[in-house]
Ligand binder design. Structure first.
Ligand code: MIC
Ligand code: SF4
Length: 647
């Protein structure tokens, strides 16, 4: 166990059940929850299905930031449901236009030492202000709102010791890209990344939040910074100094692993297509023609980020080869840019100002041309996430983005030949909470509005005695939840499982072949059970529980892979699908699509710590294989019942 770490201290202060031994199941009390609209509708439908009258947390906030296209009635129907269910259940409601959930939570609610559970994988943004902020599926967040502890494997703690300070033109984004180049997106499940050391104090809260936000791409449980004078400075400027507590690891804290990073040695970097850990230096990439640049998303859309972009763009015009879009992270950020004239400078330089929402980050508009290079300050460049199948997204800092927008090709901002002004944390941010609606007082009668596109969480049957399985798909490495349950133009079906299920694995469907949904439903309707096979890091990325609910709806009973990511694995359990691991990774090679896989007596074989025997049909006959899992007693109970809503 990592002793004396900040992570350990916050977990101990919130411990409800379980031990403090690495890997053992631990239950912690959750102080704050957040939901966003794309995962929130299902989370509140689940909260209602549990019969919860009013949330039990200190603060729960429902944000609307993802589904803002309002192309057809679906998104607006969702907004109405979310606003009214929030009022009824004791939840604060951040209206569409108020900003991206992680940015606004940091500005208006975040508090050091608190636990935050959010139905969005970038919830660890809150780690920038010293919160233990964890992303989870909607059902886990609904349970936390109902007052139940959150169950997690007691984490390993990786300490990242920051020394020195960033050179001019090198940004917080380059710190996390450097960390991704060291740790990669694979193999970090069950860890927390904790930053410490002298270099920490040179980073402001928004810079720290960029680092913890994109820590999600490592696949860790969360990332966290200490809370110090810089945290106080930020909270004071938000008029919330009362929320400040100083927090740090003990000087002799023992980490499970320590990585040293000398900030002064870093250079501008990029994550190249199409994985956040495909890192190269901007120096190497300079000159690559660029067709669009987007500055925004929950990673890099703070006031300081956009002011830096403005300093570079002011008085100049973006290259005629580039379309530049800027999406400020919150209404507070837009107002401040507007008040100081920066918005006008950005518009004058040719920037297209988008509304304050996730927008292009989740494929809601601004898709690039076929094969064209798009430079984004976001956190994910999974293939096709932009809405263009053959996209080529490079993830960079706002400094690189702005310099490249002027040049029309990837440009190293160190060659701009100008002095970069310091953007200090303002003494006062423009605080105005009128777009955050408080819940109705307890006991008030509130009508919850449900338009016809608001469905219900689907029911499931208990796990059968035997799995009479057919492998409906065999995927490769690093399958993300964007592959399993694409967002973009399908995002509007989030509250309607039968409609959304038609698009499971849509990006992997092949022309002329039945879709995944048709094949899985065919297996289900013939009385057999669909099984999915993946390789390493199956289920990376987003927290969307739809990547479990929709396969469940289509009759999938098990996912077998060499490794399955944390949030997705928990979502599978919550909806009654067994997450299994090949004991012998080379058994993956013997698997073929449409082959049979039989697991006899699965209900009695499924026990914590026990291996599972299965028989796989292969080209050369039947093969007995062994599968393992990390399921706890509680997980087994949930799966046997057919999912948590049936327990
Ligand atoms: C994402 O960045 O992929 C999302 C969209 O924010 C998701 C949530 C969702 O799918 O609704 C996430 O990161 O959890
Ligand atoms: Fe929104 Fe993109 Fe952040 Fe997800 S990663 S919360 S889609 S801005």
């Amino acid at each position: 166990m990592a002793k004396g770490t900040l992570t350990q201290k916050i977990i101990s202060a919130h411990l409800v059940s379980g031990g403090e031994r690495t890997g053992s199941e631990t239950g912690i009390r959750i102080d704050h929850t957040l939901t966003q609209d794309a995962t929130g509708t299902m989370a509140y439908l689940e909260l209602e299905a549990m019969g919860v009258e009013r949330v039990k947390t200190e603060i729960s906030v429902s944000y609307v930031d993802h589904n803002m296209m309002q192309n057809g009635p679906e998104n607006s129907n969702d907004h109405l449901y979310l606003q009214t269910v929030a009022a009824a259940k004791g939840v604060w409601f951040s209206r569409p236009g108020n900003g991206i959930c992680h940015q606004v939570h940091l500005e208006r609610f975040g508090a050091p030492g608190k636990t935050l559970l959010g139905s969005d994988s970038h919830t660890p943004t809150g780690g920038g202000i010293g919160m233990l902020a964890i992303g989870a599926g909607g059902l886990d967040v609904a349970l936390a709102m109902a007052g139940q502890p959150f169950r997690l494997a007691y984490p390993r703690v990786v300490g990242i010791k920051l020394e020195g300070r960033l050179p001019e033109w090198v940004a917080a984004k380059d710190v996390i890209l450097k960390v991704l180049s060291i740790l990669s997106t694979k193999g970090n499940v069950g860890s927390v990344v904790e930053y410490f050391g002298e270099g920490v104090k040179s980073l402001s809260v928004p810079e720290r939040a960029t680092i913890t936000n994109m820590g999600a791409e490592l696949g860790v449980t969360t990332s966290i910074f200490p809370s110090d004078e810089r945290t106080l400075e930020f909270l004071k400027a938000q008029g919330r100094e009362k929320s400040h507590t100083a927090l740090s690891a003990d000087p002799d804290a023992e980490y499970d692993r320590v990585i040293k990073i000398d900030l002064s040695s870093l250079v501008p970097l990029a994550a190249c297509p199409s994985s956040p850990d495909n890192i190269r230096s901007i120096e190497e990439l300079a000159g690559t023609p660029v067709s669009q640049v987007v500055i925004g998303s929950c990673t890099n859309s703070s006031f300081a980020d956009l002011m830096l972009a403005r300093e570079i763009l002011k008085g100049k015009m973006v290259s005629e080869k580039v379309s530049l879009a800027i999406a400020p992270g919150s209404r507070q950020v837009i107002r401040m840019l507007s008040d100081c004239g920066a918005l006008s400078d950005l518009v004058s330089s040719g920037a297209r100002i988008l509304e304050s929402s996730c927008g292009p980050c989740i494929g809601q508009g601004f898709s690039p041309a076929d094969g064209a290079v798009s430079l984004r300050t976001f956190n994910r460049n999974f293939p096709g996430r932009t809405g263009t199948k053959n996209d080529a997204v490079y993830i960079v800092s706002p400094l690189v983005a702005a310099a490249s927008a002027l040049a029309g090709s990837i440009a190293d901002p160190r060659n701009l030949g100008m002095k970069l002004p310091r953007i200090e944390t303002p003494a006062k941010f423009a605080v105005d909470d009128r777009m955050i609606i408080p819940p109705a007082p307890a006991g008030t009668k509130v009508e919850i509005i449900r338009k016809p596109t608001i469905g219900e969480p689907p029911a499931n049957r208990p796990l059968p005695e035997n799995i009479d399985g057919i492998i409906v798909i065999k995927t490769g490495d690093k399958i993300t939840t964007d592959h399993i349950m694409p967002a973009g133009s399908y995002l509007k079906y989030r509250s309607n499982i039968p409609a959304y299920s038609k698009y499971v694995f849509e990006p992997l469907n092949e022309k002329g072949k039945a879709t995944f949904a048709e094949r899985a439903a065919g297996i289900r309707d013939s009385g057999k059970h669909a099984v999915i096979v993946g390789r390493d890091s199956y289920g990376q990325g987003s927290s969307r529980e739809h990547a479990a609910i929709c396969p469940m709806y289509l009759g999938v009973k098990a996912v077998i892979a060499n490794s399955i990511e944390r949030i997705h694995s928990a979502n599978l359990v919550n909806f009654g699908i067994i997450p299994l691991i090949f004991d012998n990774p080379s058994d993956y090679d013997a698997v073929e699509e449409n082959a049979k896989i039989a697991v006899r007596d699965i209900r009695s074989q499924l026990r914590p710590g026990a291996k599972i025997k299965a028989v796989l049909s292969t080209k050369s006959g039947e093969k007995e294989i062994t599968l393992s899992h990390k399921l706890t007693d509680e997980d087994v109970k949930i799966i046997l019942a057919g999912g948590r809503l049936h327990c």
